[in-house]
Design a protein around this ligand. Structure first.
Ligand SMILES: Cc1ncc(COP(=O)(O)O)c(C=O)c1O
Length: 431
């Protein structure tokens, strides 16, 4: 077959040589990106409301980040933290110790969120000497086997690999629309009861190493756990000597209007897991815990060739300093609230929509579960036709999630929201 152009050439090669195992939501060939926009190889401009799935908190190719990456690449590309120390990793660990809550002051670096979750499970098991892990229905923690074992946002992530890890138990998450016949105001008490029941019927709490939770459910539907629920988990963990692990891979670094979602509840977890917006685009994850806890993890019990790569750490340092200098945590809270207000007013009344909600700039437009499958895919493809990239989430695909850069330009934001309002209104009135 004669290849017409670069777009076609790359699509053909990609289809031939990239594994089909990964869901690919568009067939676009993307050439460059900046801020909240990207451009395809055939010269089309798109507005990006996905930000590399909540990675590019400061937008694509922020000048200061690019400069820091280039400078570090000139100096040291890789050495490995098992060889010694280098500036970017040490300074980043110190910075994370300063900005994370409470006594969390010691860091293990990995390359991704899932890898950091796996490490956190290993740390919890090694430090407590206990075998069992409790996670929550609807939660997503990544694709490595350990992270897959505690993920319960869709059976498609687990079915081909069962049995996975030995002792993992799932308790319900206080996300009312996903609970069977439970009123919103009863959701939290129901979930705490179910957890207690789990302890009574399935696993004695003295055998539980960790309770792992996303303080705001991401992939499962963009729903924040009530602060009182997170505080209750803190108390339960304290009572039974269980380690509380917050997966803030998606919520960290200002996404929710606080530097970390844990701050909304005033809870310090024992282990905080970070990735995605930590480095704003370079591969990096982190397991942050107290010195005392890290010291219970026997030396050589874990490690990584690339974890804490000098360039990734330089990107993360630049990224965090941009978030601080541009006051993006505060902006996330304010702009997020404005967006939610606007969308509640413009589309919130449509019968297909159950709720428009947000915590900072972690914003979800939830459709009624019964009809979500009829509307959401149409909305996504219509948006793409109008050059707006959006993504959905939820066990039934019920929530359109907005993951805008925290520093998104007002004009681009307005333009993107108008397109979104237009396609949603059109789709739900035609179907
Ligand atoms: C909450 C949460 N945890 C873990 C992960 C896994 O991160 P990664 O894809 O970097 O392995 C994700 C990815 O979407 C996530 O949203």
């Amino acid at each position: 077959m004669k290849v017409q152009n670069k777009t076609e050439e790359l699509q053909i090669k990609g289809k031939k040589h990239l594994s089909p195992v990964m869901t690919r939501v568009t067939e676009l060939v993307i050439e460059k990106a900046h801020g909240a926009k990207f451009w395809t190889a055939d010269g089309k401009e798109y507005i990006d409301f996905v930000s590399g799935v909540a990675v590019n908190a400061v937008g694509h190719t922020h000048e200061k980040m690019v400069e820091a990456i280039k400078k570090q690449a000139d100096q040291l590309l890789h050495l490995g933290l098992n060889y010694g120390y280098y500036e970017t990793a040490v300074n980043l660990a110190e910075k994370l110790a300063q900005i994370t809550p409470g006594n969390l002051d010691t860091v293990f670096f990995s390359n991704s969120g899932a890898e950091a979750i796996d490490g956190a499970l290993k740390l919890a098991k090694a430090a407590t000497g206990r075998p069992a892990i409790i996670a929550f229905e609807g939660s997503f923690h990544g694709r490595t086997l350990g992270a897959t074992a505690i993920t319960a946002s869709s059976s498609k992530y687990r079915s081909y690999y069962e049995p996975i890890l030995g002792e993992v138990y799932h308790a319900p998450y206080p996300y009312p629309s996903q609970l069977p016949n439970i009123d919103e105001e009863d959701a939290e008490a129901y979930c705490l009861n179910q957890l207690q029941k789990l302890f009574e019927l399935r696993v004695d709490p003295s055998r539980v190493a960790a309770i792992v939770i996303e303080p705001v459910m991401g992939e499962g539907g963009y729903y924040p756990a009530p602060s009182s629920f997170l505080r209750a988990l803190r108390d339960i963990a304290n009572d039974y000597g269980i380690l509380l692990v917050f997966d803030e891979v998606q919520t960290g670094f200002g996404r929710t209007g606080k530097m970390f979602a844990a701050e909304h509840a005033g809870v310090t977890p024992d282990i905080l897991v970070l990735a995605k917006a930590l480095s704003g685009g370079m591969p990096l994850g982190a397991i942050v815990a107290s010195r005392e806890l890290h010291e219970k993890w026997p030396t050589a019990g874990h490690g990584s060739t690339f974890g804490g790569n000098p360039v990734s750490c330089a990107a993360a340092l630049a990224n965090i300093s941009i978030i601080e200098e541009e006051k993006l945590v505060e902006r996330s809270e304010k702009v997020g609230a404005d967006i939610v207000k606007r969308l509640q007013h413009s589309i919130g009344h449509l019968p297909a929509i159950k709720e428009v909600r947000g915590i900072g700039m972690m914003i979800g437009i939830e459709f009624h579960v019964e009809t979500a499958a009829a509307y959401v895919p149409v909305i996504k493809s219509k948006a793409l036709e109008k050059r707006l990239l959006i993504m959905n989430c939820g066990v039934k695909g019920q929530t359109i999630r907005l993951m805008l850069p925290l520093n998104i330009d007002k004009d681009v934001l307005d333009q993107g929201l108008s397109l979104l309002e237009e396609v949603i209104t059109e789709a739900v009135s035609i179907n």
